[in-house]
Design a protein around this ligand. Structure first.
Ligand code: SF4
Length: 372
């Protein structure tokens, strides 16, 4: 143990986080009360130290990134959630839906750039028939055969199944036969019912979101999980959300990664809110690592945080920086000022400068290349 680590442990054992720190050192699971105490603490570096320790001890020094591309196939959405800057009413001048030819062109361009993941999410467009989703997946599978397809969050899956009048399990199986490999983690927002109602009244509730993911896991389809924070939620809401994910992960083991998403208020009904600060973002990531002891991957989504803060997050429990992305609409419509693309060389530089080992992965976290 280094002198710095020894001193930090001594400091922590004398302060407000002494009991939490003792449980982390002992490798014990943290409780709801521990989680709330962590969120209420101002000791960012102490929390980061504990998260870094938990990450290093359980999962090692590898940091993952992926060569991926996003397709947002439609922004037409019947929900028009107050939290969203992306969804548009059908017929509005900004509304669009990609044809299958346009999807194919995007997938071919991504394939030519060597992507190993196509990430596909969009609005709830009531004009699209069930076959559109199957054909979209088949088109991408054919145009980019080497890429995993991570498509349609739980809200979209529920919508597609409801529109088709089919059970979620049947729809997931048919989507898988058409090319689906994994579900992204979007749409979770915050499970707390009252806050959720104010943010996105028409969206499926937290229980339904969890059920869609559980159904996918039981069918052998892995998924990601998210939480939107930095809006109206309390510390207890955040902890309860994380614990609901931890409980499902205990039962299924089907989550690949957790991605806390900082709320971007621009162009939403909450544009009066200030957004998160860097300290809040780092604390959120570190506490996620500490509470989600059964999630291997905690991801800092650089598109939302910016590449520099995402790099610093590698010392706050993070071991995944997402990927090259190339084209992204959902968070940029809500005011994200980051670039749309980050080359692999930039990930290598950033990860190495943080003293860690870059590993390029695919969607399922299989190694594509390890950079010594
Ligand atoms: S958050 Fe999702 S469901 Fe809500 S309006 Fe935006 S795209 Fe539609």
């Amino acid at each position: 143990m280094s002198a710095i680590e020894k001193n930090t442990r001594t400091e922590l054992s004398r302060g407000e986080l002494a009991a939490v720190a003792a449980r982390v050192y002992a490798g014990e699971r943290l409780s709801r009360e521990d989680g709330i105490r962590l969120f209420e603490s101002q000791d960012l570096l102490g929390i980061g130290f504990l998260a870094d320790l938990a990450r290093r001890r359980a999962w090692g020094d590898d940091v993952y990134f992926i060569n991926n591309a996003h397709i947002n196939h439609t922004n037409v959405c019947q929900n028009l959630c107050d939290l969203c800057a992306f969804g548009k009413q059908a017929g509005s001048p900004e509304a669009y839906t990609l044809t299958l030819d346009e999807v194919e062109a995007k997938a071919r361009a991504a394939a030519a750039a060597g992507v190993t993941e196509m990430h596909i999410v969009g609005g709830l467009n009531p004009e699209l028939p069930y076959d559109y989703y199957l054909d979209l997946l088949r088109t991408v599978r054919e145009a980019a055969p080497q890429a995993c397809i991570q498509a349609f969050d739980a809200v979209e899956i529920d919508f597609i199944a409801t529109q088709a009048g089919r059970p979620v399990a049947d729809v997931l199986q048919e989507l898988r036969q058409a090319g689906l490999d994994s579900l992204p983690g979007g749409g979770a927002e915050i499970f707390a019912p009252e806050v959720r109602r104010r943010l996105c009244a028409k969206k499926i509730d937290g229980q339904r979101w969890l059920l869609v993911h559980e159904t996918a896991h039981r069918l052998g389809i892995p998924t990601n999980a998210t939480m939107l924070y930095g809006h109206l939620e309390t510390a207890a809401d955040r902890v309860d959300h994380l614990l609901a994910l931890r409980e499902l992960q205990d039962r299924t083991g089907g989550f690949l990664a957790f991605i806390p998403l900082a709320f971007h208020p621009a162009n939403t009904a909450f544009s009066n809110l200030p957004g998160t600060t860097g300290v809040e973002d780092l604390k959120m990531l570190a506490i996620s690592r500490l509470l989600l002891d059964n999630f291997r991957h905690i991801k800092a989504f650089w598109i939302m945080l910016g590449p520099k803060l995402a790099q610093v997050a590698l010392h706050f429990g993070v071991n995944d920086l997402d990927g090259t992305v190339r084209e992204e609409h959902i968070f940029h419509d809500a005011g994200a000022a980051t670039p749309q693309y980050q080359p692999a060389a930039s990930f290598l530089r950033s990860i190495r400068a943080a003293g860690r080992i870059p590993v390029e992965r695919d969607t399922l976290y299989r190694e594509v290349r390890r950079y010594a």
